[in-house]
Design a protein around this ligand. Structure first.
Ligand code: BES
Ligand code: ZN
Ligand code: ZN
Length: 468
């Protein structure tokens, strides 16, 4: 665990202190310090010098990265406490609060570990003291930065849980518990209730699993009587592909097919802790796309909650099926101000954008622009992709209202989005984020170890604060 508090600089005597330095101008001659995050420890002075790279390139993201690498150094070297000379960030045209925010995020996100299933020595505690005279002024900002970072780490650690530990049923119980802790309203619809309601798509996807589907709804009341923002997150606790089975390599990592939902839960928890003004509803369709004789098959025709019928071409295009019922539920039950869904929907989005940016699809320019900007600020970056209605031609079915997949790879991510669009009323602002390639990382990033990134949590929180 990493604890972060303020402390008056005078009280921090003779203890290890971290100082930021632009480089290479002011780094020690013995050390290149060229890259942000290069660290140099001077044992006799107990000083940890952290490079910020070139002065003219210093941004919030550079500070996050530098802090991420500094915290990793501290963990490797078993440091139990450190003071952070945050005043060494003065003079780079970054407001105090933003600098503090970036430091806290870099430290807490960079220090994330998922070691609950590892025997033996666990990572030790780290006490961080932010050395400043402005404790009164910055106290609220510190608390908010901690809440945001803890939310990201919550999304990451739940995403890391393997499918033998976390399934749709016990996930829903876990969410009920955390909702209680933070004062969120929680409603869980089980497979029987979903069947009665007519949500045939989400039920079908979970049919092969011994732990059937759940629709989990979280409500945060906010401080206003505005219509709620509805967030929807795809949560496949595992995606085998079903009868349209994945390859051996394709299966590995499919425990992360719940990252959209984990981002939504974490955002709701943070919204409640931060007392955001905007009312927010989180909808988490949860299922396991397993394989058994009870599974749904290609050519099956499903009746979705909307009343529209869908012919199955690929049982591996299951995300859009659980989402379409969740989207219909959202628009029927609430009268949303807008809907934003997050989903590890298609491998194709990584072919298009790599793992730097998630796919952004929206039926509303203002919403697309604001989300894009939130992505630039948080470095959870997006790129808008097209969603012309003509693409729907490719999803026409001979026997049902639409198919769930074209069966070919052409325009994969766009086809996923155009499918979802069929379940959104035309006048409702809606955005779909395809996070399949940004939700996880297969290499260590400056402030994220391998595995789940928690992508979307900081982005959504930033965006939600701009619309207050
Ligand atoms: N969960 C996958 C998407 C995915 C792939 C996420 C790789 C993360 C890494 C999704 O359910 C899926 O299987 N999508 C198919 C598309 C579909 C139209 C068959 C895909 O990406 O190939
Ligand atoms: Zn799939
Ligand atoms: Zn999937």
């Amino acid at each position: 665990m990493i604890h972060i508090q303020f402390m008056q600089a005078e009280k921090w005597h003779g203890k290890p202190t971290m100082t930021f330095l632009p480089a290479p101008e002011r780094m020690m001659p013995s050390h290149p310090g060229e890259y942000p995050g290069d660290v140099l420890f001077l044992p006799d002075q107990k000083r940890l010098l952290v490079s910020l790279g070139k002065t003219e390139k210093i941004t919030n993201e550079i500070i996050r990265r530098a802090c991420g690498s500094a915290v990793r150094w501290m963990m490797k070297n078993n440091q139990g406490e450190i003071g952070v000379d945050i005043q060494s960030l003065d003079g780079f045209s970054i407001a105090d609060e933003e600098a503090l925010d970036s430091v806290v995020e870099g430290l807490l996100l960079g220090g994330f570990t998922f070691d609950i299933y590892k025997s033996g020595k666990k990572t030790g505690d780290l006490e961080v003291k932010i050395l400043t005279k402005k404790t009164m002024l910055l106290q609220k900002a510190l608390e908010a930065a901690i809440i945001r970072s803890e939310a990201v780490n919550l999304a990451r650690s739940w995403a890391h849980e393997p499918a033998n530990m976390l399934n749709p049923v016990n996930l829903s119980e876990r969410i009920r518990e955390i909702a209680k802790t933070y004062g969120l309203k929680c409603r869980i619809l089980d497979d029987k209730q979903l069947e009665r309601l007519g949500a045939g798509a989400i039920v079908a996807v979970g049919k092969a699993s011994v732990t059937p589907s759940r629709l989990i709804i979280l409500e945060y009341g906010g401080m206003t009587k505005d219509k709620p923002v509805v967030l929807v997150g795809k949560s496949l606790t595992f995606d085998t592909g079903g009868y349209t089975i994945k390859t051996a390599e394709g299966l590995v990592g499919m425990k992360y097919d719940k990252c959209g939902g984990m981002a939504v839960i974490a955002t709701l928890v943070a919204a409640a802790r931060l007392r955001l003004k905007t009312p927010i509803v989180g909808i988490i369709p949860a299922a396991e796309n397993a394989i058994s004789g009870n599974g749904y098959r290609p050519n099956d025709i499903l009746k979705t909650l909307s009343g529209k019928t869908v012919e199955i071409v690929s049982t591996d295009a299951e995300g859009r099926l659980i989402l379409c019922d969740a989207l219909t539920y959202a628009t029927r039950k609430y009268s949303p101000r807008m809907v934003i869904d997050l989903a590890t929907l298609t491998g194709g989005v990584g072919i298009a954008l790599g793992d730097l940016r998630a796919g952004l699809f929206a039926n509303d320019v203002a919403l697309a622009d604001s989300l894009f900007q939130a992505g630039e600020r948080t470095n959870e970056r997006l790129w808008r992709l097209p969603m012309d209605d003509e693409y729907f031609e490719m999803l026409k079915s001979d026997d049902a209202d639409m198919k769930n997949s074209t069966g070919i790879r052409k325009a994969h991510p766009i086809i996923g989005a155009i499918f979802l669009k069929q379940f959104i009323p035309p006048d409702l602002p809606w955005a779909h984020l395809d996070i399949a390639s940004t939700a996880t990382t297969d290499k260590e990033l400056p402030y994220c170890p391998k595995g789940a990134t928690g992508f979307g949590v900081r982005l959504l929180l930033d965006y939600l604060q701009t619309i207050e």
